[in-house]
Write a protein that binds this ligand. Sequence first.
Ligand SMILES: Cc1cc2nc3c(=O)[nH]c(=O)nc-3n(C[C@H](O)[C@H](O)[C@H](O)COP(=O)(O)O)c2cc1C
Length: 423
Amino acid sequence: MTTKRHLIIGMHLVVNGEGKKGALIDEQIAFAKRAEAAKLDFVFKADYLIAHPELIAKMKGTVGLDPSFLMATVARETKQIGLVTTVSTSFNPPYIIARQLQSLNWISEGRLGWNLVTSIDGASNFSNELMPSSEERYAKASECKDVVQRLWHSNPFEILEANGDLEKIKELVKPINHDGEYFHVKGPLNIPMHPAGDIPLFQAGASDIGRQFAAAVSNAIFAATPDIEVGIELRNDLRKRAVELGRSADDMRLLPGLYFFIGDTYEEALEMHRKAHEHLTIERRYIALESVIGMDIRHLALMDCVTANMLPPENQKVRSKTHAHLVRRYIIENEPTVEELLERPEVIGSAHLVAIGAPQDIVNQIVKFYEKGAMDGFIAVPGGPAKSLDLFFSDVIPNLVERGLFRADYEGSTLRSHLGLDV
Ligand SMILES: Cc1cc2nc3c(=O)[nH]c(=O)nc-3n(C[C@H](O)[C@H](O)[C@H](O)COP(=O)(O)O)c2cc1C
């Protein structure tokens, strides 16, 4: 077995549809098969438990399925690629999470990963008016994750060898008797653990408390790092925190979102990017800025500079501290014009690294981030038309393989094996 570290590459299963309406299950399966043919580590699906008009607009007539059900279908149509589903700890009871994820791990034969999110929105659909504070969400996430993992271990794989031996079953399958601040769960779980071992944990959210949580428990973090400095700072900080918590720095893999637009030329790719955002009127950009940091700049002219002293106080309640911090940082460091600010991915998108260009430009950008220590890999988020995705598979990935930065073939068939967690 080779242990050389290489890029970890996941793919967000976002189908463009290009005019088609509906759930596009066949397209998503075909997409996952392409990702598997390219030997990517995993396909990934984010999830939000609200029907916000902005989110609906973004989906352009496609139907957002519950990602865990989608992954169950994808699992039976693929053989080796990892499958990372998103489940929020703010809204689901741990027994259900543990059972559903362990079921998916059996359905996929050990290829599952859990993207554990604390969610930005959705409380009003779960008997609460407001979202709990970020501190409370992470406290609940921490307890929930512990309960889920203990439940997995409460019914070990060895039970399948017990052959109806009641004494052996009683010895192996044990209650967890959890009595905590948020949850009271007796256990044991009603499904045994898959022999692949613990399901890898992904986490998203990079506030101070989010980082501490990620450094303590996760195997990978899905991050919003719009530029290289943010990536380097976040990766160094996570690695340092992991070591302080008694883990190894390499236990932590930083995977920024890479929102890509690839054309034959830079100009073609730039045009793809422009088209993808042309529906965003200036008013929608103002609203986006307001929702991220609570600042209204409509009174300024487009060429006016936005400066640090205009920022609202930092201690106000925001939806995501990660995203608010990124926008504040950009303003403080760059004093941009209103026009520049309203173009930024932190304002109009998910704050991912935006990669625009010909295949070679994209490869160069990835290599630079990797070599400078701003990423351990990335989650590719397709932004452009079908051609952009075609070039990603036909040119970008083979180029990374040629450079020895990515695998030419799988060495195993579990997500733990792809991520190098068992070496
Ligand atoms: C890159 C990234 C991806 C995220 N994906 C999701 C998601 O799919 N579903 C969700 O409910 N929340 C998602 N979140 C929100 C986080 O789970 C978290 O609630 C939020 O970022 C607030 O935590 P923070 O204060 O540490 O930033 C995401 C956050 C980031 C930064």
